[in-house]
Design a protein around this ligand. Sequence first.
Ligand SMILES: [Zn+2]
Length: 216
Amino acid sequence: MDKQTSDFYFWGAGYLLLVCAILTLTTSKTADVQIQIAPKIVKPLLCFNIEVSELRTSDTESGCIAPEESLGTAPITYSEISPTKLDRTFEVRFLAAQAAAKAVGFNIQITSGFRSQQLQEQLFNNAVKKYGSENEASKWVLPKEVSNHPRGLAIDVNYPGDRTAVRWLEENGATFGICRIYENEWWHFEPVIAPGEPCPPMMANALESLPPAKTK
Ligand SMILES: [Zn+2]
């Protein structure tokens, strides 16, 4: 082999090695990126068909198909818009829970859901008379400005009736995004979590849910 030919092979092999190295690096880099994107977490979405009382797990991409309605994937919180009825997603959560309760022999009904500002004010004033102070009254009935009943985000279930059935909701409500909130009110529930998340620890009473400045 003359010098020219051996140079040709030497540089040719070197060039090939370089191309291989670049290719390997590029490919593994692409693979790394793909690994980062690949485990896409799709939050399961619960869809309830009211017509046939059927609960189905969908994914957020295909969503619920009418007449199914979504139970939502987040806590349902207060908005600035004053509602005139119970929040619809919260209602769908309750209807789904009610159907599941019925299937195992428990009857749960909303006995007080949405309340007008006037009704809440009247209930609060009555409670002040009954308990002797606004502070004591707030442990049972909140003023209209802070209660979640006029916001369409609170329900009283089976009150003052069948408490046993309500225990089912207390134990299983989290699946549907419904939680008991207060230790002193077995009947009061709110949609404070995403369906399937654990409920937060209960507060002793409604007074604890008020910002400190508002308690007196
Ligand atoms: Zn209540």
